[in-house]
Design a protein around this ligand. Structure first.
Ligand code: ZN
Length: 426
């Protein structure tokens, strides 16, 4: 059942995925190639999708006759056995990460073109993209020339690699990776790379890869900064950014003063459990670019929470609640994005490879696997069965592993169009 759902999910959402994996520019010696790139890259995707936890398990868990039959169905050619994990690593150490960036871009574009994500847009118009950095790998010894260093009292405590992610998020809990920037030192040890610098590099690529996409960035207070506002205006992006006193002190003070002058800019909602007070201030000038500020005060039981965002949406009574709801989705990138990738079998922080290039490629394969994983979880084939039949998402993928290694799943890839709807509920 789950094996069948897996093949149906792939063929419904990404019927050309194997073709895209097959067409990566293969850097290996053409004369000696035994395994096609799609065979090896699918194994890399399965490493994460099936939550194997280490590359060695590819051989231990996946080298069965039925798994090979299933894998061959996904590939264009025919292989006589399942490749060894060293062979997967050999390709990943040589493959340009740009190739996998390209595969992911095609996947995201396909979802957008088939309108699978349309109903989740903010104000029926903007795809919400949350941007945030996270820890990736940590080493006691210097691992490569690009390691970041954590120092205390002039002494190096450890070496590490961080990553900046842009994920398309929805109110139903999807967090689909659309862009990645590795935070790393490029000029040796003198200057540490940082999240904001990585954002400026990432923004250019995001615009180049999705030039027409209507985007609203969801950002934390680190991004309440002039250059981020300028870039967003230049690229035609909307933004909703957490606004704290420290981030732009003069503008923040201005907001506090202006708020007193417009008490009419206010909406209050309340039921017997909670109350929300929304207020806003329009047209704060930052060097010729204007933004509005939203404040939300929420009281539930004995807990009071205050949120403040700055945004280049023109805020008013009609849209303030929806915009604030969008702003609150930012935490999805941490919860549905990073925490799950770190803790639920994906082992984001596990050094699957020490090699500089391979570790980037593995990171990108993890993102591709996680897109497939979420579409299976939220798709109408399995969604309602997760609690009742499997008990949890983890069990669902344990069952998928069992199905793929012990049953040959005969799916006719080309004929019957099937319909998979994505859930409207979290
Ligand atoms: Zn390193």
């Amino acid at each position: 059942m789950t094996g069948d759902a897996f093949f149906k999910t792939v063929s419904h959402f990404f019927p050309k995925l194997t073709k895209w994996l097959q067409s990566v520019d293969d850097p290996r010696n053409k004369n000696k190639i035994i395994y096609e790139p799609s065979h090896l890259l699918w194994l890399g995707i399965f490493l994460f999708l099936l939550r194997l936890g280490s590359k060695r398990k590819i051989k231990y868990k996946l080298a069965t006759e039925d798994f090979l039959k299933n894998l061959n169905q996904l590939c264009t050619g025919y292989s006589e056995n399942v490749a060894h994990h060293d062979t997967v690593e050999y390709l990943l150490q040589r493959l340009e990460p740009e190739e996998l960036y390209g595969v992911r871009q095609k996947m995201v574009n396909r979802l957008i073109r088939m309108k699978a994500l349309e109903k989740y847009r903010l104000l029926e118009e903007y795809y919400m993209i949350a941007v945030d950095g996270t820890g990736h790998l940590m080493f006691k010894e210097r691992h490569c020339p690009h390691c970041l260093t954590k120092k205390k009292d002039g002494k190096i405590l450890y070496y590490y690699h961080n990553v900046l992610e842009a994920k398309l998020v929805t109110g139903t809990g999807l967090a689909l990776s659309v862009e990645t920037e590795f935070i790393q030192n490029s000029d040796g040890e003198t200057k540490q790379d940082c999240e904001l610098n990585a954002f400026y590099r990432m923004a250019k690529r995001l615009k180049r890869r999705f030039p027409q996409l209507k985007i609203c960035l969801l950002l934390d207070s680190l991004y309440a900064a002039g250059p981020v506002i300028d870039i967003s205006e230049e690229y035609g992006w909307k933004y909703i950014t957490v606004f704290k006193r420290g981030s732009m002190p003069e503008r923040y003070e201005e907001f506090c003063q202006l708020k007193k002058l417009c008490p009419e800019n206010e909406i209050e909602l309340a039921n017997d459990k909670a109350s929300q007070k929304y207020s806003w201030v329009g047209d704060i000038d930052h060097k010729g670019n204007y933004f509005d500020v939203i404040e939300l005060n929420e009281a539930a039981l004995d807990k009071k929470t205050r949120f403040v965002w700055l945004t280049n949406f023109k805020v008013g009574k009609k849209n303030i609640i929806k915009i604030a709801k969008g702003g609150r989705l930012r935490w999805k990138i941490e919860n549905e994005g990073f925490n799950i990738q770190k803790n639920r079998g994906f082992n984001l922080e596990h050094p699957y490879s020490q090699d500089e290039i391979s570790m980037k490629n593995l990171y990108l394969l993890l993102q591709i696997a996680y897109i497939l994983s979420q579409l299976m979880e939220k798709g109408s084939l399995l969604k309602h069965k997760i609690q009742k039949v499997f008990g949890s998402v983890t069990m669902l993928f344990e069952q998928l592993l069992e199905d793929l290694r012990t049953k040959s799943v005969g799916v006719n890839f080309s004929n019957k169009p099937i319909q998979i709807r994505l859930s409207s509920f979290p």
